[in-house]
Write a protein that binds this ligand. Structure first.
Ligand code: FUC
Length: 798
């Protein structure tokens, strides 16, 4: 449950993250110089703007003609006229630098992050004085707290400074060091190099960008401090508590952060004033109570560790990787930690780097990438019992859908809402690409609304909260479906196809040997639309509403262009059996229907399920971080735990800053951040989801326990996972056999389990009636808040 190291961090991916969903920091743990790199989740470049492109509508009929005539390369060219601008960037707030007046011999250095209490610690000795630091970002008190201590009186002497890469100044009040600044009006993505000034500021008076403020205060138990505009000096103290908080003028995705912005000072001063009323111990207690209320919900034991001696986390990864079950557990718990620290109700959703970023032009703008990455971030939240952490994404979807209604109308003349490959804090919904710079293989993809809507449905499926479904989820899902209804067109045979259509980021080889992105009815479109229509159909039945609309969806779903199996036995990625641009391409978009979708199962669609497995085999076991994570989840659905563990081994390889050259080879950094490379947090979250999927699945009728347990984990338990139907589940196994399952029913729904053995189900001490239904499914009624124990019954033969 701990990440530990014997030296301070030399690079950012060795530093340790703390966060409260909004305020994040990376802690380097230096002895003479401690760097605490700071983030605030609403610190972005830009402001609301119109990115829709009315020209797109004009070109759509011509585009469709080209596609139906098989002129795909020409279609790609035309798509360049249908783009909008790139999104804005997530920005770094600054650094808190602590310079210590240490004179003497350094010994016994260690630093770490304890996942049990969400606190980062540094400890070392200078001669005979022991220095300790404890650091956390408190959700309850909205401050970053740093407690520093020397074990000899008056030995704590240091200076604290604040600085930022953004346009900013530092000043001081009576009690606080203040950092004030403004964000650029525009920051180009780092792959777009056509502007002399990729980072543009406006004059103070004319600007419309976000402004921000950070404040640092101190509370001393003894000694004294001096404060001026340069810094805060602590002298002859024994213990000190630093409080840092920050806020921005961001006031909603559709409001000018200048003219209609919030006043950052007011919020920050209040956070500090309130926090300073508490002792350090009280703040720590508040933090631990809040953090553990989420973190302690899930427990996991995959078997004993091979490591007996103390080992630093990076060496542990390097020497053992996934062969050590305890390291796999650590990566799992770390992913849950990262979710709790980067996404809490009321915050922005976790972006490509969660909330941690130290660059003005971070990779891919550290934005929301909607053709896999943002969704993957949220794959583990429902299964791993962190449903509250889903809230920022669900609110993001709602806001995006409002902008996306205008994009649907202006760009395509369609009803409903659409969004494309990228978004940002302003909820950009139109295609990106700087009006022709981007490649349609990624810019042109109007299916983000369909995919994101799955999250609304899943939040309902796991919670069974009908009010949420009625008031929040279904209206947005319905509008996403309306867009798809209008977007689909009938082909000559009467099937519905999407056109233009791409399979995210992967091109095919045309009949004349050219590479092209755009065609029609790519498998991913069809499976996303199937998923959305199916979820909407089920929603209308749950809510007993929209009978006619439900019929229309059923009718359209049955006439979606049929999915096909290609020459290699693979599930075809495109409408024709074209060769791949890259056989090992990192995206596996056409397998959406296996995971996270539910269209292909061994029982309902055995042939397509098998073909999907062939596709995955053809793609191979390599990939970027998130690609490996997706494959883990896919192998879980294919019930091959050993193959999934091979992929986990690929993911649990150490990537150092020096060997990040191989773009397609994932891994983890010394701080266990997932490496695309570069750092991208989706792989951390996708891995958590994939691991949970090895142990519990509930996407088909009948909850499955241990559907894909690897042979290497013969004994173990998992507690507190969640299944659809609002059940919380503990599973214990021995010699690869199910030993006991405990199901806590949260809403009193009927429970259906899918289990090979015959079982006995007990509520308390009494055996309850179960009903055998077809296909090895067993059902029983439950009462809300009651627990049910399921034990396999040993038959005579056993
Ligand atoms: C998509 C992926 C890349 C990367 C980027 C953020 O474009 O294809 O691999 O993850 O998002």
């Amino acid at each position: 449950m701990k990440l530990t190291y014997q030296t301070s961090a030399k690079s950012w991916t060795e530093a340790l993250p703390i966060g409260n969903g909004r305020l994040g920091a990376m802690i380097f743990g230096g002895v003479e110089l401690e760097r605490v790199q700071l983030n605030e989740d609403s610190l972005w470049s830009g402001s609301p703007k119109d990115w829709n492109n009315p020209e797109a509508k004009k070109y759509l009929p011509e585009m469709r003609k080209l596609i139906f005539a098989g002129k795909y390369v020409e279609a790609d060219q035309l798509a360049k006229k249908m783009m909008g601008p790139y999104t804005q960037s997530y920005l770094p707030l600054g650094d808190l630098l602590l310079t210590f007046d240490h004179i003497g011999r350094l010994s016994d250095y260690k630093r770490g992050l304890d996942l049990k209490d969400g606190i980062a610690r540094v400890q070392y000795m200078i001669d005979d004085v022991t220095y300790t630091r404890e650091m956390f970002s408190s959700f309850e008190d909205q401050v970053i707290v740093i407690h520093l201590k020397a074990n000899k009186e008056g030995k704590l002497n240091f200076t604290a400074r604040l600085n930022s890469l953004l346009q900013s100044v530092t000043e001081s009040s009576d009690e606080e060091l203040i950092l004030k600044g403004i964000c650029p009006e525009n920051v180009d993505p780092n792959y777009f190099r056509e502007n002399d000034q990729p980072i543009q500021y406006a004059q103070e008076e004319t600007g419309n960008s976000i402004t921000f403020e950070g404040r640092l205060a101190v509370k001393l138990e003894d000694g004294f401090y001096e404060l001026n505009d340069e810094g805060l000096q602590i002298k002859q103290a024994t213990a000190a508590t630093l409080f840092f908080s920050a806020a921005t003028s961001f006031n909603g995705y559709d409001k000018s952060p200048r003219k209609e912005g919030k006043a950052p000072s007011i919020a920050v001063m209040k956070y500090l004033k309130d926090a300073k009323k508490h002792t350090f111990e009280k703040l720590r207690e508040n933090h631990i109570r809040d953090y553990t209320s989420l973190f302690n919900r899930v427990e996991l034991d995959l078997g004993p560790s091979f490591v007996k001696e103390e080992i630093s986390t990076d060496q542990w990864i390097e020497q053992y990787g996934a062969s050590d079950p305890k390291l796999v557990e650590l990566l799992f718990h770390y992913g849950r930690y990262l979710m709790i620290t980067s996404s809490r109700p009321g915050t922005q959703p976790a972006n490509l780097q969660g909330i941690w970023n130290d660059m003005l032009q971070p990779p891919w703008s550290s934005n929301y990438t909607l053709n896999i990455n943002a969704q993957m971030n949220y794959w583990p939240v429902e299964t791993c019992n962190l449903a509250e952490c889903h809230e920022p994404l669900l609110t993001f979807i709602e806001e995006l859908s409002l902008n996306g209604e205008r994009t649907a109308e202006i760009n395509y003349g369609c009803r409903g809402w659409t969004a494309h490959h990228n978004s940002d804090i302003w909820r950009q919904s139109a295609p990106v690409g700087a009006y022709g710079h981007g490649d349609p293989v990624w810019t042109f993809w109007p299916m983000a609304g369909a995919w994101l809507s799955q999250h609304l449905w899943e939040h309902f499926a796991f919670s069974r909260n009908k009010q949420f479904l009625r008031e929040k989820a279904y209206p947005i899902m319905k509008k996403a479906a309306l867009f798809c209804i209008d977007w689909l067109i009938e082909d000559e045979a009467g099937y519905f196809v999407s056109a233009p259509s791409t399979s995210p980021e992967h091109k095919f080889v045309t009949e004349n040997g050219k590479l092209a992105a755009i065609s029609m009815a790519a498998t991913m479109d069809l499976t996303l639309i199937w998923d959305l229509f199916t979820n909407c159909i089920e929603a209308t039945k749950e809510l007993n509403c929209d009978i006619e609309f439900c019929k229309e969806l059923e009718e359209k779903r049955s006439k979606l262009f049929p999915l096909q199996i290609g020459q290699y036995g693979q599930l075809q990625e495109w409408i024709k059996d074209w060769e791949d641009q890259e056989i090992n391409h990192r995206h596996v978009s056409h397998l959406f229907g296996v995971y996270p979708g539910r269209q292909f199962t061994d029982h309902e669609t055995p042939e397509l399920f098998e073909a999907a497995k062939q596709s995955l085999l053809r793609r191979g076991d390599e990939g970027t971080g998130w690609s490996l994570a997706w494959k883990i989840a896919l192998w879980a659905r294919f019930k091959d735990g050993n193959r999934a563990l091979d992929l986990i081994s690929n993911l649990l390889q150490l990537v150092n800053e020096e060997n990040k050259t191989n773009y397609h080879k994932g891994g983890v950094y010394p701080n266990l951040f997932d490496a695309h490379p570069p750092f991208q947090i989706d792989g951390n979250f996708g891995f958590v989801a994939g691991l949970a999927e090895l142990l519990l699945q509930s996407h088909t009728e009948g909850i499955q326990f241990l559907p894909a347990l690897p042979d290497a984990w013969p004994n173990g338990y998992v507690r507190g996972l969640r299944a659809r139907g609002s059940f919380e589940i503990d599973i214990e196994w021995e010699n690869k056999q199910l030993k006991v399952v405990v199901i806590r029913s949260l809403k009193g729904e009927r429970c259906v389990i899918n289990i090979e053995n015959s079982v006995e189900v007990k509520a308390g001490e009494s055996v309850i009636d179960t009903e055998d239904i077809a296909n090895g499914l067993i059902a029983f009624s439950t009462k809300a808040r009651e627990s049910y124990t399921i034990r396999p019954i040993k038959t005579a033969a056993l």
